[in-house]
Design a protein around this ligand. Structure first.
Ligand code: NI
Length: 396
């Protein structure tokens, strides 16, 4: 198999860095990735891919035919940046105030283009197709779901799907591949507590929405600790509480915003059911009312066992035993989960942190930056995983 990918990808290093730094300097928010997708589309066209643009607004889908027919491997990269003001002295720091590649998606695009370069060079040796998906709007706006809904991923329909995320809390070069639950499902929770406003000095004539909210917040903390089986996993966090207008006015309403993270649908249902009962019970007991709106963001990333084994073996061959490992599943979420509805899938993490170089700020931090020396590894890994799958299938 293509042991040469590693060396070939190292040969692309300066190109990978150039792509990444250009994208980093010109970050674009969800569904606004016009410049980014233009660069992606032009590069893939030059490499000989069949390219479709404007998929789900700003997405790009590109197909490479191997020398012989066979199954289709999909590789996904996300392209969007975040509404964060970058704090960086780097020459490639964001030129767009308030917008920043703070999650490494600039690196994902660069590695995707690198893998596309490697696979195009070796197209004649491949028995099957490579389907690249450069996806908009991973961060907030459901880009993966929009790509699926566009229908562009059904011709040809992929037989297997891989994706890769740089991960700054792991040392540069470490590869995490594992089967099973990997990243959590996420819901947005919107709660409105309604009482009856009035004069701060006449509380007996009011129903104090802030006092009710205090009880609600305390009660919610019992759901995970008292209602969820200790062997299961759930996180219920309230991140915003807004209520009140003046020191001497009792608030009529309070709005809360939070998130629920789970792996198992049954656990999610348990938490939501208890949430409704507690909200209704606590607020009714104090004469108030509550409204709950649950907005599902994404399901859990569950790595398919067969896809994960293919990815693991490719990683072992590429970076060696010592660099490949496992971690405790993460409570962050990723809309890569959506692609699991289309075909067996596996999401891989590539360590990109380097504390010695000061490149270890967490994702979504204004100081986020990563060790660019992992870019060739990521490009080679994507190409190697896809190639390994096609070789495995050709041999069966
Ligand atoms: Ni990300």
């Amino acid at each position: 198999m293509n042991l040469s990918y590693r060396a070939e990808a190292e040969g692309l290093f300066s190109q990978l860095v150039a792509w990444r730094r250009d994208l980093h300097r010109h970050p674009e928010l969800s569904f606004q990735e016009v410049r980014t997708s233009g660069i992606v589309a032009r590069t893939l066209l030059d490499l000989g891919y069949e390219v479709r643009t404007g998929v789900a607004q700003t997405g790009v889908v590109a197909l490479l035919h191997g020398g012989r027919p066979g199954p289709t491997v999909m590789l996904r990269a996300d392209m969007d940046a975040l509404p964060i003001q970058e704090s960086s002295e780097a020459s490639y720091a964001s030129a767009h105030p308030g917008v920043m590649h703070a999650c490494g998606h600039d690196g994902h695009v660069a590695m995707g283009l690198g893998a596309a370069t490697l696979l195009a060079r070796h197209a004649a040796e491949l028995a099957g197709n490579i389907l690249f998906v450069f996806q908009p709007a991973e961060e907030r706006d459901g880009g993966a779901a929009a790509m699926l809904a566009s229908g562009a991923l059904h011709d040809p329909k992929p037989d297997i799907i891989f994706g890769l995320h740089l991960w700054n809390t792991l040392p540069a070069g470490r590869v995490i591949v594992q089967a099973g639950p990997f990243m959590a499902a996420a819901d947005v929770l919107r709660i409105v507590v309604r009482g009856r406003g009035g004069h701060g000095g006449l509380p007996h004539e009011t129903i104090d929405a802030i006092a009710v909210t205090g009880q609600v917040l305390t009660a919610l903390q019992t759901i995970v600790s008292r209602n969820v089986n200790p062997h299961d996993t759930a996180v219920l966090s309230i991140g915003m509480v807004h209520g009140g207008t003046a020191f001497n006015v009792i608030a009529e309403t309070v709005e809360l915003l939070g998130t629920l993270r789970t792996f198992e649908p049954t656990v999610r249902e348990t938490v939501l059911a208890r949430l409704r009962v507690l909200l209704d019970g606590v607020t009714a007991g104090m004469g108030a009312e509550a409204e709950l709106i649950v907005e599902p963001l994404t399901g859990p990333v569950i790595n398919d066992p067969t896809a994960s084994e293919t990815a693991r073996l490719a990683a072992l061959q590429l970076v060696g035993n010592a660099a490949v490992g496992r971690i405790t599943p993460l409570m962050v979420s990723e809309d890569f989960a959506e692609y699991g509805k289309l075909a067996p899938s596996c999401f891989i993490l590539l360590g990109s942190g380097n504390a010695e170089l000061g490149l270890d700020a967490p994702h979504h931090s204004p100081r986020f930056d990563f060790d660019e020396r992992v870019l060739p590894t990521g490009a080679a890994l994507l190409a190697a995983v896809a190639t390994r799958y096609l070789v495995e299938k050709a041999g069966t």
